[in-house]
Write a protein that binds this ligand. Structure first.
Ligand code: FAD
Ligand code: NAP
Length: 537
């Protein structure tokens, strides 16, 4: 260890929504905290994903911090689904308002976190040669922060412009008059396509798997609506915390086939108008009963066929290989209509896969496409990607990567046996990406903050998930996932998008409210499933 290594109570890694709140909350309870952030500024997802069209798909009024009523009363969201630019402005406002920047080291990537078992300290090292120790480590490294760049042969030979949506240049990109290829039709690609189509000369959308996407129905938030939301925020947040997905919307009280066809249609119409991802939860049984799913899917197909002029193009764009809602439903603005433009072409990679990239463009098994620009909208090494890129060593120097070789194993998503005093925020084993992630981060950080208070009050210095608790939680997460149709889709929830990644359904699918109640119960019981030890306990 270097001389004069600085010691902190808590080392936080990441300065997105989660890391910023971890700093705010833990500092406010008297702990010394340092945050390391690889990006050159705060914001995480919203700092990096600056592609045109990027917006949240949970309403802005819900996809925002709830910890400070003054903050939520003062901040005025302008649109139902805020743009990336507005969300980043909000995050920067929060960083300034709570004086967070003085404890954040930006442009600094953590390379390792190693446990000293005797002193029960974590030594954290960075790519700028920093070395600090912390009694606790909080991994706020993001579930969708490690971009996936597929290794397509010849990729580096391309002589035109090449981008990934998850690392979009801050200076912006000009599509005007260019032949643009976008690879990927997940949420990112589906948001980008309609915007790029407006100025590109030709736009080729390389689609491997068709995706379900529902119009956002984005609107400006009127002063009346804003006042109404602000007057009822407390209740809105309470409902969100008790809900399945972290927003105040509830599924229909009955199952899909328990009501008449007319009632069912009215319920689907209502959800369609509400917009976006919530369509996946119109009825409570939509992702557990295939007959229910077929009803939702048929409604979706009718809507989409209604806006695509060429039925052959509709055939390519409408998914047939997975039940609706078993991958995150995308939230779009004029996505399917964009294919009615003469300059936009859907390239079906199922019938002719990409073979290679060369200096002039992309070659599929059917033909070559000459391009000036290629955009990879190919997603992320989700949930474990950022953690596995840090050399995390717990008891006996065991790398976390090895412990997770067959897939991530946590207790409540928060703790791992063999890695005492290390916490993960919205990681595998928590609702994470299946719920509003801002409220998810707050729930985790508050739970961790309460635990650290409990430890201080009772003289505990070490907390560690018990192996049996981890095994039971992993089994519970698997059972809950198996009771749904989610494992039928080749989604990033399962790691299916990354070659060689273990196929394990990573998030807890039991619902945000249910999960919160389990965490509260664990805390109320004196943290059952965790071993607490300490010098003065
Ligand atoms: P992030 O914002 O990903 O921040 C993690 C930070 O950790 C990053 O800044 C990263 O640089 C840093 N980091 C990682 N590893 C290291 C390291 N080794 N050293 C130093 N720093 C490191 N969720 C929703 O609920 N609703 C939405 O509408 C929504 N929209 C999204 C749109 C896009 C385009 C994407 C990609 C994701 C979206 N998500 C959405 C998910 C989104 O990731 C979360 O909502 C949220 O922003 C995550 O915050 P976070 O702080 O946990 O992680
Ligand atoms: P994604 O959902 O993983 O989509 C990636 C796309 O790239 C898929 O269509 C995938 O095809 C394709 N792809 C990957 N590798 C490929 C290859 N080698 N060749 C051809 N195609 C390839 O990633 P994302 O769109 O970035 O979204 C990730 C998540 O981030 C979302 O699910 C959502 O949670 C969040 N997000 C939210 C919003 C929002 O609306 N607020 C916007 C963006 C992102 P396959 O399906 O065949 O693998």
């Amino acid at each position: 260890m270097k001389a004069h290594v600085k010691n902190f109570d808590v080392v936080v890694i990441g300065a997105g929504f989660a890391g910023l709140y971890a700093l705010q909350r833990l500092r406010s309870q008297g702990l010394s905290v340092i945050v390391f952030e690889a990006g050159s500024d705060v914001g995480g997802t919203w700092f990096f994903n600056r592609y045109p069209g990027a917006r949240c798909d949970v309403e802005s009024i819900d996809y925002s911090y709830s910890f400070s009523d003054e903050l939520q009363q003062d901040w005025d969201w302008t649109e139902k689904y805020a743009t990336q630019e507005e969300i980043l402005r909000y995050i920067n406002h929060v960083a300034d308002r709570f004086d967070l920047r003085r404890d954040i080291r930006c442009s600094t990537r953590v390379t390792s976190a190693v446990l000293d078992e005797e002193q029960m300290l974590w030594t954290v090292r960075t790519d700028r040669d920093d070395e600090v120790t912390g009694r606790f480590c909080v991994m706020a490294t993001g579930a969708l922060s490690t971009a996936n760049m597929p290794h397509i042969p010849g990729r580096d030979a391309f002589s035109g412009e090449l981008y990934h949506t998850g690392h979009w240049p801050a200076a912006g990109v000009d599509f005007t008059g260019k032949r643009v290829g976008i690879i990927g039709t997940g949420s990112s690609g589906i948001q980008l396509v309609p915007v790029a189509a407006q100025t590109a000369r030709e736009l080729f959308v390389f689609q491997r798997t068709a995706n379900y996407s529902v119009p956002a129905g984005n609107t400006v938030i009127t002063p009346e609506r804003r006042a109404e939301v602000k007057a009822t925020y407390t209740e809105r947040r309470r409902q969100s915390r008790n809900s399945g997905g972290g927003s105040p919307h509830q599924a229909h009280p009955k199952n899909t086939l328990e009501i008449s066809a007319a009632e069912r249609r009215a319920a689907f119409e209502k959800r369609w108008d509400l917009g976006g991802v919530l369509f996946g939860k119109t009825f409570p049984d939509q992702t557990t009963d295939m007959r229910a799913n077929d009803e939702a899917r048929a409604f979706f197909e009718e809507k989409v066929r209604g806006v695509i002029e060429d039925p052959a193009v509709a055939d390519v764009l409408i998914p047939t290989d997975h039940p609706i809602g078993t991958k995150r439903i995308c939230t779009d603005t004029n996505y399917f209509q964009t294919y009615n433009r003469g300059n936009v072409h859907a390239v079906d990679l199922r019938s002719a896969p990409i073979e290679s990239i060369d200096e002039r463009g992309i070659t599929t098994t059917a033909q070559h496409y000459d391009l000036d620009m290629i955009v990879f909208a190919t997603g992320f090494d989700a949930m474990t990607g950022a953690l596995n890129r840090i050399d995390i060593r717990g008891r006996a120097g065991r790398p976390l990567k090895d412990a997770w070789q067959a897939g991530p194993r946590t207790y409540l998503g928060l703790g791992v046996d063999g890695y005492p005093n290390l916490f993960i925020v919205t990681g595998p084993g928590s609702p994470s990406v299946l719920a509003n992630m801002v409220l998810g981060a707050e729930q985790h950080v508050d739970w961790i903050g309460d635990l650290l208070n409990h430890m201080a009050e009772h003289g505990f210095s070490t907390v560690e998930a018990e192996p049996q608790a981890v095994a039971d939680w992993v089994a519970e997460c698997n059972e809950r996932a198996a009771a749904t149709m989610f494992p039928q889709a080749n989604s990033w929830y399962l790691g299916a998008n990354i070659p060689g990644k273990p196929r394990v359904f990573m998030p807890f699918i039991g619902g945000f409210g249910v999960y919160g109640a389990i965490c509260a119960d664990v805390a109320a019981s004196g943290y059952k499933g965790f071993t607490l030890v300490g010098s003065t306990a």
